[in-house]
Design a binder for this molecule. Structure first.
Ligand code: GLN
Length: 483
């Protein structure tokens, strides 16, 4: 059962070929067999079986929708009522949210079954899932390599068939980069498309939740439930949600694909580049026209992001003070000792580095030089996307410069680690939607192709991804030992 796609499982459940309880048990068993991947922080076995029983009732009485009875898992950044939400941090190791995030609420209402909460980089800061308080997640394609981050638990779980699909969040690449490194399909929606209510904030102007699935067809179903206006999120956009599955089969004849020369320069591994060239040829065969473009400000994305994201995180993470909730140090001497030791002991090294960088960039005297300057660059980068997307329907490029790197390889060199997001970060600064889809392998390790579209054109992106997945089978490959 675990080898089937969401679409196939949904049909199987509705035809009565198997029940949600049977399906849920299968996945729970797989999770316990493959604990060595460290993909889950919390497994909610009892809750999952209760939800599966309720789903079976809906399936029997005709009130089921596409996700009813499907075993899914949530990145541990989404608050879940009565279930621990850690955000990968010691700071929240004891935190049980008193409410559900909107995304969790919507998926619950659809009848999806939650298997548990997925491992992630601490507060979503990282590109390798090695900054988690709960330890590194392993890439199921080669367990000595990283799955990518920060949604590494989500990507590993979907790739290893430990969940049918998962949620992820993407501030600078955290859905697309792990999707690429683990050979799955990941979609970062337009900023404002999916509610951030109850999604623990990292950098609020960049954070966006989205689906991580095996195929574009599956992503369309999950996004349908996740997306939509939410009055509880002030940046949620009140626009109708299209029917994402309805557009999947549109022809790509005449599609204009832009290839920015900045995406295909020296930093890109030549084997990865060769895989991408083959994928782009496939699009040519599907009737697309390839157009060379230039986006001159892309090179400024990493420096601008590493001012803006830490600045926002330094403000967002000030709430973790040892007073309200989360970790509190033992026997504080006084209030200052309580603050400093609770934060000093509760946060990991990378989180502290970001808070220090952000506080510095926002301080008097440096604000204009760093933060304001970065905001101006952000505008230039958005304009690059607007100009390019006025000429082409979609921009394509790499997701990552290389395939998955070794565990431990980049942990001592933050700059090297930050560079692994060089192709994903600009998209968040602009706020446009983007996907990673499996496009082939280099020495047995998956490579992702990135598709970047216009604001709120998720339907078009899903269509472009789905058409490719109709003529290729990269997205159907399973890592050895997880068949
Ligand atoms: N790797 C980037 C960072 O550490 C992006 C992370 C993310 O998208 N959450 O900030």
């Amino acid at each position: 059962m675990h080898t089937k796609t969401l679409t196939e499982l949904s049909l199987g459940l509705r035809s009565g070929a198997f029940s949600s309880v049977e399906l849920t048990q299968t996945f729970l068993q797989r999770i316990s067999q493959h604990q060595d991947l460290n993909a889950y922080i919390t497994v909610t076995e009892e809750l999952a079986l209760q939800q599966a029983l309720a789903a079976d009732v809906r399936l029997a009485n005709g009130t089921a929708d596409c996700l009813t009875g499907i075993p899914i898992a949530q990145k541990d950044i989404f608050c879940t009522l009565d279930v621990k939400t850690t955000c990968g941090s010691k700071m929240l190791d004891n935190f049980i949210a008193p409410y559900n995030a909107t995304v969790v609420e919507k998926l619950n209402q659809s009848g999806a079954v939650m298997l548990g909460k997925l491992n992630m980089d601490e507060f979503a800061m990282g590109s390798s899932n090695e900054t988690s308080y709960y330890g590194a997640v392993k890439n199921p394609w080669n367990i000595t390599t990283v799955p990518g981050g920060s949604s590494g638990g989500s990507a590993a779980a979907v790739a290893a068939r430990l969940a049918v699909c998962a949620t992820g969040t993407d501030t600078g690449g955290s859905i697309r980069q792990p999707a690429a490194l683990c050979g799955i399909t990941g979609l970062k929606p337009t900023y404002g498309r999916v509610s951030r209510y109850g999604m623990i904030a990292y950098a609020s102007s960049l954070d966006q939740g989205g689906p991580m699935t095996r195929s574009a067809e599956d992503a369309a179903i999950v996004l349908q439930t996740m997306a939509g206006f939410d009055a509880k999120d002030s940046t949620s956009v009140d626009l109708p949600v299209p029917n994402y599955s309805a557009e999947l089969n549109n022809s790509l004849a005449g599609l204009k694909i832009g290839l920015p020369k900045e995406f295909f320069s020296d930093g890109l591994n030549s084997d990865v580049a060769a895989v991408l060239a083959t994928a782009i040829d496939e699009y040519r065969k599907l009737g697309a026209e390839i157009i060379d473009i230039s986006m001159p400000n892309l090179k400024l994305a990493i420096p601008a992001y590493y001012v803006i994201a830490p600045a926002e995180c330094s403000a967002n993470l000030s709430r973790f003070d040892g007073v309200r909730y989360g970790y509190r140090c033992e026997n504080p001497k006084d209030l200052t000792d309580l603050y400093t030791r609770s934060r000093g002991e509760g946060f990991g090294k990378e989180v502290k580095r970001r808070i220090l960088m952000g506080t510095y960039a926002l301080s008097t005297g440096y604000y204009d030089a760093y933060y304001l300057k970065a905001q101006k660059i952000r505008r230039l980068i958005s304009d690059d996307f607007k100009n390019a997307l006025a000429k082409v329907d979609v921009i394509m490029g790499p997701v990552t410069p290389t395939t998955a790197f070794g565990i431990g390889e980049k942990m001592d060199d933050p700059i090297e680690m930050y560079l692994s997001d060089i192709y994903t970060i600009a998209i968040n600064l602009a706020g446009v939607p983007a996907m990673s889809i499996p496009a082939g392998f280099v020495a047995g390790m998956p490579v992702g192709l990135q598709l970047i579209g216009s604001y709120f054109a998720e339907d078009r992106l899903l269509n472009i991804a789905h058409q490719y997945q109709q003529v290729t089978d990269w997205h159907q490959q399973t890592p050895n030992g997880f068949e």
